[in-house]
Design a protein around this ligand. Structure first.
Ligand SMILES: NC(=O)c1ccc[n+]([C@@H]2O[C@H](COP(=O)([O-])OP(=O)(O)OC[C@H]3O[C@@H](n4cnc5c(N)ncnc54)[C@H](OP(=O)(O)O)[C@@H]3O)[C@@H](O)[C@H]2O)c1
Length: 293
């Protein structure tokens, strides 16, 4: 059987999609290929200049692409709220949300809201964004949320008494924790969507080691260009998870589109529920439509 490629993406005319962090790395080709198949795509980026440059690049690659930029800083909950409000004013449904943006392996810093930056951006930013966009997602016939996690989730641990990682911060430790939170979130979102009887599909992905900006910042920089795949190749996992009819909610899709098994910690429903409750308390975003009754 020939391997799946972005040419296999079904016709997306009439659908709408948001890709966070779509100005670089894996996010840019993800947005571009969705636009190529006819989706209206919002390139959600924290830098307006980088967002507009990404829109121009996609239009060059795909003449006539229906693509626009939206300002979104996931490390600032007020920005997440204003982005979601703008989207709500301009769209009546959202078919696809790709929670792609991420930071990795940086020195300890905090978000505007005072949370450890990797957890606050990668997890809490996307948690709030998804919850605020949920009414629009549920207005679509077959809504899908793709959350880009990583195999690095396997080293993640969550200590609810030290969410700021004040006791022994480590760059990799913080990244692993944020990617574990991404995976716990994606799986719990599916359970809640199912329990509420909605048609929402939530999928998690690990793109595989990819030569992107993340590696230029972190201690893994020497790997860049040695045996890493291209950003276009890294985007294939997201694109398959986002569009393939073969996907079942709650799956964790890896490189070469193989299904991965989440770590034992990531499979803990108790931990996922607790993280959901804490994330709700921190962000104030409640996911009312799929709350357990
Ligand atoms: N590359 C890999 O090998 C690999 C492996 C496993 C998982 N992943 C995951 O893949 C995803 C995409 O990363 P990438 O590898 O493509 O890296 P990348 O090239 O660094 O892209 C990350 C994107 O996230 C954006 N971003 C960072 N902080 C943000 C914020 N506060 N608000 C909004 N956007 C923000 C960046 O914007 P700026 O340009 O403004 O910084 C950039 O567009 C991440 O979730 C990462 O954890 C990557």
């Amino acid at each position: 059987m020939t391997p799946w490629t972005p040419a296999d993406i079904p016709d997306l005319a009439g659908t709408t999609a948001i890709v966070t962090g779509a100005n670089s790395g894996i996010g840019l080709p993800t947005a571009r290929e969705l636009a190529r198949r006819g989706a209206r795509v919002v390139v959600a980026t924290r830098s307006a200049d980088k967002g507009e440059a990404a829109v121009a690049e996609i239009r060059r690659a795909v003449p006539g692409a229906d693509v626009v930029h939206g300002g979104l800083d996931l490390a600032d909950q007020s920005s997440v709220r204003s982005f979601a409000a703008t989207v709500g004013d301009t769209m009546d449904k959202l078919d696809l949300l790709v929670n792609n943006a991420g930071i990795a392996m940086i020195p300890r810093r905090m978000t505007k809201d005072g949370w450890e930056l990797q957890f606050g951006t990668n997890h809490l930013g996307h948690f709030a964004l998804t919850g605020l966009l949920l009414p629009l997602l549920l207005a679509a016939p077959k809504p899908r949320v793709v959350t880009v996690s990583s195999e690095a989730h396997a080293i993640g641990r969550i200590d609810f008494d030290d969410l700021g990682l004040e006791r022994g911060y480590g760059r990799m430790k913080a990244y692993g924790r944020s990617k574990l939170a991404n995976l716990l979130f994606a799986l719990e979102l599916q359970r809640r969507a199912d329990a509420a009887g909605t048609s929402l599909t939530s999928v998690a992905t690990h793109p595989g080691a990819t030569a992107t900006h993340i590696f230029k910042l972190g201690p893994l920089q020497p790997l860049l260009g040695v045996f890493l795949q291209s950003a276009d190749a890294g985007a294939v996992t997201s694109l398959y998870a986002a569009t393939s009819p073969q996907i079942t909610g709650g799956e964790f899709v890896g490189p070469k589109l193989k299904l991965l098994t989440p770590s034992k910690t990531a499979r803990s429903e108790e931990l996922a529920r607790r993280l959901w409750e804490v994330s709700t308390q921190l962000t104030g975003v409640r996911f009312e439509e799929i709350a357990y009754r």
